[in-house]
Design a protein around this ligand. Sequence first.
Ligand code: DON
Length: 574
Amino acid sequence: MHKRIPAFVVVLFLLAACKSTQKNAATPAFDPYHYTITKKVEAVNAAVVSAHPLASKAGIAVLKMGGNAVDAAIATQLALAVVYPNAGNIGGGGFMVARLSNGETIALDYREMAPAAAHRDMYLDEKGTANTQKSQLGHLSSGVPGTVAGLFAAHRYAKLPFEKLIQPAIELAEKGFIITASEARSLNNLQADLKKYNSVMPVFVRENPWKENDTLVQKDLANTLRRIREKGAAGFYEGETARLILEEMKRGNGLISGQDLQQYKAKSRAPHVFDYKGYKIVGMPMPSSGGLLLNQMMKMIENRDIAGMGFHSLGAVQLMTEVERRAYADRAEYMGDADYYDVPVKMLSNENYLRNRMKNYDPAIATPSTVIKPGELLRPESEETTHLSVIDKEGNAVSVTTTLNNSYGSRTVVGGAGFFLNDEMDDFSIKPGVPNMYGAVGGEANAIKAGKRMLSSMTPTLVLKDNKPYIVVGTPGGTTIPTQVFQTLVNILEFNMSTEDAVYKPKFHHQWLPDEVMTEKGFPPAVKEAMQKMGYSFSKERSGIGRTECIKVLPDGTFEAVADNRGDDAAEGY
Ligand code: DON
């Protein structure tokens, strides 16, 4: 990043930050006007990997102040809400899976929920046709945000006062930071939508195009964050922020009510845990399909010699494709918020069931997906979620995936409050068989219901070895998330790859419907050709699938942290 900001402004920033240290004892120990992106670090004390270097630095700053990995995960998420508005958020939701230093494993669900006024057919017109515009854009697409409740629920496992964890985010919003080239590009692409889905124009709207190194200042957001600092979760779900959300809902005919906001609760859940060849894998349970899908896919390959087949061999890719297809068929039929629908988790993860599921697997041909209704896979380039992985030397490991759904969510910014609202309602099955923006279909299990949480694919995951943290991993990518985590783990655990290779090597994806294999640039053409001969269809190649953030604990106990090279993602450690 180049210098653009005169030195005296930096000095002023640092002075102001020092002043606030005295008041709030928290300072961003980094310069938001000059920063570089580090893709890999080896660290002794702690490591943070996230979608933005300033957010990773915010996490490290609170660790250096005496915080643990949970403190860092909270500070990193809050900083992401400022520096990575595409997916970092306070107007969305997420999941946190953690292993604490006392050996306990936890799963926190702060997924958005359907407002009380939401109902099953709310996106259907008089003829019963589904309107995905409404579930994907603007006020009606937003579920009740869960992130702030989630951050406070996580805080009980942290060490530092919340004020210290939110301070870097406040400073970054108040005084600004320089944006990266890719942020400038995506903000420029967003201009038309911003004008369409907002009546109070947010700071992101600009006459002249955004450029790399422009400073983004977000005063309204800084004020919202201050209210959260002063009043806790009530600073978001009640009072001024709630009032601004309700006004915004009124302007755009949204459904979120004051009662919805007040009643929102993050939920502590039992993590979805399974064994794989002696490793303990800890994942997210419903309402995320991530943990169960990963379990199904890993168990379906466990007794086959995939290591012997080799990375990107025809045999391994074809086997993994078939395994992915079978797991996703179950997702469409059976998975949804288990508080509202009886998800047969035990049955779906039962080893006999999974063995049976592979009975019709044929290594020589494609097993066609049973097409219920052909789904056109809509693949907007703007899809975006974000993952962060954190570890500390006390033995805490935290894996968080958080999202507004696609990039900048509903595109609606709460007027006067400065944050984007999610468009997570589209993750419900808005009509049986109608694909959502990731091409996923569903039915009763994931139908819309007041108070229910929409099914997710987010897969924040930990691998424990001898009951201690070994791998912390996750990625954005909509329905491709579970298959990317699956492949990253197989790359490390079976193909014995370095962490960098495991993250960077091209990936592929099958989700049952549509019946096609999606591949990433660099996927071996010979394997593709051979699979086409076996009956597989391939969709258009994608430039990138996911943005995986992975930390591995090395045999000497140090941490190898790798940020994906598919974006601005950055690893920090010390
Ligand atoms: O919860 C889900 O599965 C989706 N809303 C995640 C969206 C996502 O990963 C977009 N990112 N690339």
